[in-house]
Design a protein around this ligand. Structure first.
Ligand code: SF4
Length: 440
């Protein structure tokens, strides 16, 4: 099989993995003509093709042959797909030639498990080692690690990669048992703990060297780790996903948790759902995740025992506000910053600007317009110098309807391909825009 054919198969097999978004990593640059590539300067930019692939990285599998039989995965042992395998040298050559042609800014490398977890991990590490040590590649490298591999190998991978990731895949052990019988939450946690310990240690060592103004060579290790969970492949509710994400951020300092809506794969396993979850569910999870990380919301505030799933029609911050109307209206000229974060439509950046502004004068609607605050969303929930919402409006049962999309008649559609309604696409688009601005 020629390289092009292998690339076709292995790049296609890798597209289901969403955990490849990269962040800037400033430790390498090739100024002075030494080596090739750089993570500085223009930085790493990443854009997504419509099928979800991160197109600025060469996103590829070393092989799609796998010993494991994870039901949600197209590369599982029992799947009837064409198999291919790169040698580490072939991946290195591809990466360098793509990089030199300016097609990519780095490599995202994952692999099916062949022979054993350790053997596979060694091959993955070999690619990164060759790139870094033989070819002095300074571009971005993201390696997918295998939790079952030995901690020494996982730690070694971190010496060459900018980012490591281990996919949690499903939030509950029971689901993993059913859908990925060879995987184990505990092993994943141990591997994440190993990576986290090394990241923390390396940061502390580097800080110490900086403090002593030492010229000694700084230790190098990946700057972060991330993971992915598949949404809609099992019966886990949004509360389960957010609780697992909260646990991972808290205990292992993960940079990102990615939520990937399960899409029925070719050659699906019979125990998988036939339909994909609504796309908007994935976006609501991203919004809730954002609220946990930047707005200090607790998991138990975003979902409750009575409502374990996020509202698909309105964003989770608005949903919380509507459930907690007694907290509002909030006076933006008097309340602490943390309370301003709770006002729907007011993002972290604008809340901080308001706090700065109110030191000089009372903040008015005109100021909010200048700050481009989403007034339609904000006004029922806040007080400013020339606005006080009517109590009646805040307690009105119509308030939710003001923000939710109009109800529509559901269609009976039994065709195999899930159809995403235009309204839902727009909501997803809107959610994406809100996430970009962080203004929920
Ligand atoms: S171990 Fe990875 S590649 Fe193998 S079947 Fe499971 S998810 Fe797929």
């Amino acid at each position: 099989m020629n390289t092009l054919k292998k690339l076709e198969i292995l790049a296609d097999a890798a597209k289901y993995d969403a955990s490849c978004a990269s962040s800037g990593a400033a430790r390498k640059d090739s100024t002075g003509g030494k080596g090739v590539g750089s993570t500085g300067g223009t930085g790493i930019c990443h854009s997504y093709a419509p099928d979800g692939r991160c197109i600025s990285l060469l996103k590829v599998l070393l092989t799609n042959v796998c010993l494991y039989d994870c039901h949600y995965c197209i590369n599982r042992r029992s799947s009837n797909v064409q198999r291919a395998r790169f040698t580490p040298e072939e991946v290195v050559e591809l990466t360098l030639s793509f990089y030199k042609r300016n097609y990519i800014e780095g490599l995202f490398l994952s692999s099916g498990i062949i022979r054993s977890a350790d053997y596979t991990m060694e091959l993955v590490i070999r690619v990164a080692k060759l790139l870094r040590e033989e070819h002095h590649f300074r571009g971005y490298i993201h390696l997918k690690t295998i939790p079952e591999a030995s901690p020494e190998l996982i730690a070694e991978a971190g010496k060459y990669a900018d980012r490591l990731s281990i996919n949690v895949e499903l939030p509950k052990q029971e689901s993993l048992k059913k859908l990925a019988p060879e995987k184990n939450v505990q092993r994943t946690r141990e591997a994440m703990s190993t990576i986290n310990a090394r990241i923390t240690e390396t940061k502390a060592d580097r800080k110490e060297l900086r403090k002593r103004r030492s010229t000694a060579k700084k230790p190098i290790f990946a700057t972060g780790q991330s993971t992915q969970m598949i949404v809609g492949a099992d019966d886990s509710n949004d509360g389960d996903f957010l609780a697992r994400a909260g646990d991972l951020y808290g205990n292992f300092k993960l940079n990102r948790v990615y939520y990937s809506a399960f899409s029925p794969i070719p050659e699906p396993s019979v125990i998988l759902p036939l339909q994909a979850p609504p796309l908007v569910r994935e976006h609501r999870l991203y919004q809730a995740d954002w609220l946990m990380r930047f707005y200090h919301y607790g998991v138990d505030e975003l979902t409750t025992a009575d409502a374990p799933n996020l509202d698909l029609d309105i964003d989770p911050k608005l949903s919380w506000a509507l459930r907690n109307r007694h907290t509002f209206p909030i006076d933006i000229n008097r309340s602490p910053l943390e309370m301003l974060y709770r006002i729907p439509g007011l993002g972290v950046r604008n809340a901080k600007r308001i706090v700065r502004l109110r030191r000089h004068h009372g903040v008015s609607l005109e100021d909010l317009i200048k700050l481009r605050v989403n007034l339609k969303k904000t006004m029922p929930f806040m007080i400013c110098v020339n606005h006080h919402p009517a109590r009646l409006e805040l307690s009105s049962s119509d308030l939710r309807a003001k923000f939710a999309p109009p109800p529509k008649q559901l269609e009976m559609d039994f065709s195999a391909a899930p159809i995403v309604p235009a309204a839902e696409k727009n909501m997803v688009k809107q959610a994406g825009v809100e996430a970009l601005h962080g203004e929920f």
